[in-house]
Design a protein around this ligand. Structure first.
Ligand code: SF4
Length: 288
């Protein structure tokens, strides 16, 4: 018997890949746009995740797609000179990427990201300044997108999502961390075809159009009612608290670390890290 390939899952894999390939082939480098990647109230997991990008990798992003004029972790400049770059970029056309929530308590003083002319600059100040001037604002990761772990109960820093703080349009690319292909793919779409189609939570449909459960490799067990009773068993982990049925991402096909594996492939239930309400409303992450 010839092996049959599911045309639906095949097309779902190819659509985001197609956009990235198109960007790689068609990007007009003379029109590279400036990009500020601001780390606000964050563990910096998203910028680390970005460094794991493959095909295209982060070098392609930085050399051919955007001028990353400011990033707290990667830029060569330090101190005042670094923040001068931030201020200079505000007078240009640029994309603002924010990772991390916006800490608002005591005027943002729980999250100081720079010092300039003797004054502390908070993440809140920087998001307010750049959010007003940016052509596009992209919230990368679950803290920037929905508040995430940074705003989890009891939220002593009174952290908010970028949208809740700015009140203007924000493209959400959630995940804890966000997969680098979701980030580079969203930027690629903006550069080649403009803003991608967004769902009602303002997430790119390309990457967040289906649930983890729709594409899961254990779905046939679920459909036949065969469930794992403890971690490590190969069946569906629904009864162990898997949040795949209510979490929209293409994790099962995109995977992580050069598509090597992903949580369910490694016997861990989906904890809904890309979902609004994570982590408070997703706990307990495992139940028996
Ligand atoms: S392991 Fe989770 S995502 Fe996979 S089929 Fe079961 S409930 Fe759905």
């Amino acid at each position: 018997m010839p092996s049959e390939k599911c045309p639906i899952s095949g097309s779902k894999q190819n659509i985001p890949r197609h956009i990235i390939d198109k960007a790689v082939n068609n990007i007009d480098q003379s029109k590279k746009i400036n990009l500020i990647w601001l780390e606000a109230q964050t563990c910096s997991g998203n910028i680390i995740s970005l460094l794991n990008a493959e095909d295209p990798d982060v070098i392609f992003l930085l050399r051919k797609m955007v001028n990353m004029t400011y990033n707290n972790s990667l830029m060569a400049e330090e101190g005042e000179r670094a923040f001068d770059k931030f201020l200079e970029t505000l007078n240009t056309e640029f994309i603002l990427v924010v990772e991390g929530a916006v800490s608002t308590r005591d005027n943002g003083l729980y999250n100081v990201i720079a010092r300039h002319e003797g004054k502390p600059i908070t993440g809140m100040d920087a998001v307010a300044m750049a959010g007003k001037a940016a052509k596009y604002v992209i919230a990368v990761g679950s803290c920037a997108s929905y508040g995430g772990p940074s705003s989890a109960r009891p939220n002593p820093s009174e952290s908010k999502s970028v949208y809740d703080f700015l009140g203007s349009e924000v493209i959400r690319v959630p995940g804890c961390p966000s997969n680098p292909q979701w980030v580079i793919g969203t930027i690629a779409h903006i550069l080649t075809e403009g803003k991608p189609e967004l769902d009602k939570e303002n997430r790119p449909v390309l990457f967040y159009g289906v649930t983890v459960h729709d594409l899961c490799q254990r779905r046939s067990f679920f459909d036949r009612g065969i469930f794992a009773k403890k971690l490590g068993e190969p069946e569906c982990m629904f009864k162990l608290g898997c949040r795949g049925p209510i979490t929209k991402t293409n994790c099962p096909i995109r995977r992580w670390n050069n598509s090597t594996n992903w949580p369910i492939g490694d016997n861990t239930p989906c904890i809904g890290c890309a979902r609004n309400g994570f982590p408070d409303s997703m706990e307990p992450f495992v139940r028996y």
